[in-house]
Each structure stands twice: as C-alpha cells, then as structure tokens.
Design a protein around this ligand. Structure first.
Ligand code: NAD
Length: 474
C-alpha cells in the first residue's frame, strides 16, 4: 500500500524541491559541510536505534551493523567533509594553442532534484550513502527506501524529518507504486540501487524525461581460486564475505571456480572456515549470534527452490543445507555438481548458497565468466601475477579484487559500480559527488587575444596557411 507523507503528495514535494534546488546552487562549502556534520552527529547519537531497526529487519548482529551500515557511512561523511572544498572548486583546464588567452574551467553544479531509490539488504547504508553524495553535490533529495525493510525505512524517515525540511530532503515510504509515482516526475537525476530487472524499468521511466541515471545493480560475482593461492586464507575470506548479511550482499561471492588440482583440498578448507566463523563451539550455525537471517519468507522460499532444483538436477550439498522457515534461517550451504542449465547458475543467488565448480586451465575459467553478463565484482585468489593479469585483460567487471572479497566497498577513493547488467555510473566519495553533479564547461574568451577570430571569413591564402599550421601543430 502507498503511504505518502500525510502532509504532502510527491507532486507537492517535487514542486517545493524545484524551488529549493535553485537556491541550493549558490550554497557555500561551509553550508554543505554543516549539513553533513549534523547528519554525522544524528547517526552517532542514534546508533543504537539504527542497530535495533536493522536487527528488526534482518536479525543482523549489532556488530555487523556497526561495521557494514554505521561505520561505513560515518567514513563516507568524514571523507566528504574533508574533501568537499576541493571537489566543489572549479578546475582550470589547459588550453590548446588556438584557445590561447581564454580562461577555461570545469564547474561542478548540482544536477538539481534527485530521486534515490534504495534496496533492503543494507537498508541504512545504501540509502544514506547516496544521500551523502547528493548533499555534497548540492541537490535536493526525495528518498524512497525499501518496503521490505520497514523498520529501517521508518528510522530513516525520522532521521530526515529531524534534520531537513521536506523542500530539501523528503522520504516517501511504500511499495512499488510509490516508486512508480515518483519516477513519473521529471527529476534531474535518479540514483537507483536494486535488481537489474527493476533497473530496466527505472531507466525506461527516466527516459521519458531524459533524466540521467546511476544504476547500482547486481548479478553473479564469481571467485577464481587458483592453485597457487594460500587456500586457508582464500577459504576464510570467501566464507566471511558469503556469511555477512546471510549472503544478501550485492558483491557477495556468487559462485566459485576452483582449479581442479586443489578442488578437494579447497572444499575441506572452505567448510572448516564456515565452522570457524559461525560454529566455533560446535553447537550449530542456527545457534550462532553472529549470523543474520533471510529478509522474508518469500526470499527464503526462493532460495529453497533454487537449492531444491539444483539438488534434483544432480547437485550435492557438501556443507550446510539446514533450513527453518519460522526463523527465516538458511545455513551457509556449499553445493557441488551444478551446471549452467540450472537456475542457481543463471540467477543472482543473493543468499548463503555457494556453488563450487572445478576448472582445468585458466582459459576455461575466463570463458565461463565471459559466458555470463559482466559482474559487479570479480575475485581472484592467486600468487601468480599472470593469473590476475589475464583475468584483468580478458574479462570486464565493476571491480577486480585480488586476494580478498567485498572489502573494496569500503575504499573511499575507488569508484563503486557495475558495467552494463551490473550497473552504470559510479558511487562513493568523489565518484558519488560527481554522480549528482553536472560538470559544466565554462569557457571565458579573452577580449584582447583571440586566435580563432583570425580564421573568420573572408577566407584568404594567409588564413589557409594559418589553419594548416594549426592542424600541423595540434
Ligand atoms: P529491487 O530492485 O526489487 O528493489 C529496489 C527498490 O526498487 C525498492 O525500493 C523497491 O520498492 C523499488 N522497486 C521495485 N519495483 C519497482 C518498479 N517496478 N519500479 C520502480 N521501483 C521499484 O531490489 P531489492 O530486492 O531491494 O535488492 C536486491 C537487488 O539489489 C539485488 O539484485 C542486488 O544485487 C542489488 N543490489 C545492488 C547493490 C549495488 O550497490 N550495486 C547494492 C545492494 C543491492
């Protein structure tokens, strides 16, 4: 059901924000930094409320919320505060010879009215991260958090009402029809995080207004485990990245390609790693206080179906497989014997199921990866430089991470985003600021010295010579 703010409809908020967006264009650095500081202070002051809300939605352990939702965002805000003066400053560019005398710069102006649509899996992080970028860039924001994480969405609404007037930042909670109603409005930029299927709908709606989009999407992120790597290290890092948030992470390892010569040894180390992380006392992962739950029974049933179909098709569960619908529990589950015809190898898993496939030569692994759409992240564990070099040159992805998984999300100086089906446009830090900014070209011609003027008609032999000189020198 739609649940619009009782005070304003989306159209009213949009009109108010259009007016405000004009005023925000002349904001100073200090004004934007003050907003970011208030946001930071609110988060610090209410971190226990954030932990409780995320726990109510995903049963996410408090410490995991601290790491993946709160500290990442505090870091994003601090980074923006530190660098905003530099980001906002117009950048002077050098001139070619024929523009000698001109004063040319790139000016970063706010795109204007922005719409942010976010998913449920990191409900605080993925709503507030883009908000930080939008505030840094000087945009107004309408934020539509996910209806599947209602506790965090309500908390975000409270936070925004505490900090901003609706003509600057407003939150509309609700289901798909709320998102559709918002997408019908002529926003200047839409920043969408979610599935590739919905991403297509968002792009279609944005096309009606030729509104620019950033699409942070998902897909299958593979891991290549080469024979040369430290298997203990690889197994532990993969098990960790697959366990956090119960595998419901856009950059979680989706499936693993393991060199055949270390296949058996790796499987043993991987299952031991899951036990080390989540079952140290042998009481069972269901009893672990450090393991989140599936968001709802619909997603739980989807994952069960994927697993059941894979097993019916000949897949073998070699670790995990325990399920409990009342708890929305699904243990980390390692499955072998899968093939490309199975749905589990076609769809993004987005849960704690981990298929393992053996490969012989690196070419085979590369062909497998290139047989699917370009991943959001590609992980490689190897001590051989040629392995990562070949993967880097012969495959395309949003991020190539060597000897670790998922950690790149927290790096403030790296762009975060996908390619084609896994997304378009980049987020985080300066890249997030740029996503919400228009890089305006400002060309100020010299009134005293203007070489271009010397080429105006009437054309003459002298001008012909001059243009051939320009062409030769450029
Ligand atoms: P989703 O696409 O179902 O929903 C995301 C948001 O879009 C929600 O707020 C939802 O209400 C809204 N929405 C749903 N249908 C819509 C429609 N027809 N028109 C407009 N808006 C609509 O995604 P989800 O289930 O919330 O999240 C899971 C997906 O998100 C996975 O594919 C995952 O990989 C991806 N994801 C990507 C990133 C990233 O940074 N690249 C991060 C997290 C999740």
């Amino acid at each position: 059901m739609a649940s619009y703010d009782p005070q304003f409809t989306p159209e009213q908020v949009f009109m108010l924000q259009q007016e405000k967006a004009l005023l925000l264009r002349s904001e100073t650095v200090a004004m934007r930094i003050n907003k970011l500081k208030s946001l930071k202070a609110w988060i610090r002051e209410h971190s226990n409320d954030i932990r409780k809300a995320v726990f109510a939605d995903l049963a996410k352990p408090y410490l995991e919320t601290d790491i993946t939702e709160i500290s990442v965002i505090l870091g994003e805000i601090s980074h923006a505060i530190r660098h905003l003066p530099k980001w906002m400053k117009a950048k002077k560019v050098s001139n070619p010879m024929h523009f000698a005398g001109a004063d040319c710069r790139i000016q970063y102006e706010p795109r204007g009215c922005a719409l942010i649509i976010s998913p449920w899996n990191y409900p605080f992080n993925l709503s507030i991260g883009p908000l930080v970028s939008a505030i840094s860039a000087g945009c107004t924001v309408v934020l539509k958090p996910s209806e599947l994480s209602p506790n965090t969405s309500a908390l975000i609404k409270r936070m925004v009402s505490d900090l901003f007037a609706p003509n600057e930042v407003a939150v509309f909670q609700g289901e798909v029809e709320v998102a559709k109603a918002l997408l019908a409005l002529p926003f200047n930029h839409v920043f969408f995080t979610g599935s590739p299927q919905v991403g297509k709908e968002v792009m279609k709606s944005a096309a009606q207004h030729l509104c620019s989009v950033t699409l942070e999407l998902g897909g299958k992120s593979p891991v290549v485990v080469d024979a040369s790597c430290d298997l203990d290290d690889a197994a532990l890092k993969i098990a960790w990245a697959k366990s956090i948030n119960c595998g419901q992470t856009c950059i979680a390892p989706d499936y693993i390609l393991v060199n055949g010569s270390v296949y058996q040894a790796f499987l043993e180390k991987l299952t031991a790693a899951f036990d080390q992380l989540l079952n140290p006392k042998g009481k069972g992962i269901a009893k672990s206080p450090d393991y989140a739950r599936i968001i709802n029974t619909t997603h739980w049933a989807r994952l069960k179906q994927l697993l059941d179909e894979a097993v019916a098709g000949g897949g073998q569960i070699i670790f995990g497989g325990e399920l409990d619908v009342t708890e929305k529990f699904l243990a980390p589950t390692v499955i072998t014997g899968v093939d490309q015809g199975m749905r589990i190898m076609q769809e993004e898993i987005f849960g704690p199921i981990l298929p393992i496939i053996s490969y012989n030569g690196l070419d085979e692994a590369i062909a497998y990866i290139n047989g699917n759409s370009k991943p959001l992240a590609l992980y490689v564990f190897s001590k051989e430089k040629y392995v990562s070099d070949q993967l880097s040159v012969q495959t395309s992805c949003g991020a190539l991470v060597e000897n670790d998984c998922a950690v790149h999300f927290g790096h403030p100086n790296l762009p975060f985003g996908g390619v084609n089906v896994s997304g378009m446009g980049k987020a985080h830090g300066h890249f997030g600021f740029l996503a919400f900014s228009n890089e305006k070209a400002v060309f100020k011609q010299s009134t005293r010295f203007n070489p271009v003027k010397s080429l105006y008609p009437p054309y003459s032999i002298k001008k012909k010579k001059l243009i051939s000189l320009f062409s030769k020198l450029s």
